[in-house]
Design a protein. Structure first.
Length: 134
């Protein structure tokens, strides 16, 4: 996200909500409407799969991840659609920035810049970028 121009970073900050979350807080669950993008600022988050047994960690994000945006792209790119997938905080305490989709859709210049960043620079699956469209 550091690749965004300064005015768009300021706008992103203005429309976002910052939260400190306890371990195990669910950020997004497969099948639920996507409320927004969770950007991990500190701590860890994981993608967990549940079938018949206890949830199993299949992917982990940290604030040092190259793309610490949690949830949406993981469901789109899943190779195992029969398992329930949940993105949740994994560290004892994590800080996230929630960027509501409704706000992104209102600010088309920011949404377009993020779509470009997701598609071109980071090669994030098409589905995530499509959800940012107005």
């Amino acid at each position: 996200l550091r690749m965004l121009p300064s005015p768009l970073l300021v706008l992103l900050d203005a429309i976002s909500t910052y939260k400190v979350l306890a371990r195990g807080t669910i950020l997004q669950q497969q099948g639920q409407p996507l409320a927004g993008l969770h950007i991990l600022l500190h701590g860890e988050a994981g993608l967990f799969e549940s079938r018949d047994g206890p949830p199993r960690l299949v992917r982990c994000w940290t604030e040092r991840s190259s793309f610490p945006v949690i949830g949406a792209d993981a469901y789109i790119s899943s190779s195992r659609p029969t398992a329930l997938q949940t993105a949740a905080t994994h560290a004892r305490c994590s800080q996230v920035m929630l960027v509501p989709l409704r706000e992104l859709r209102r600010h088309t210049e920011l949404a377009q810049a993020l779509r470009y960043l997701f598609d071109r620079e980071l090669q994030i699956p098409q589905g995530l970028a499509a959800r940012l469209a107005p």
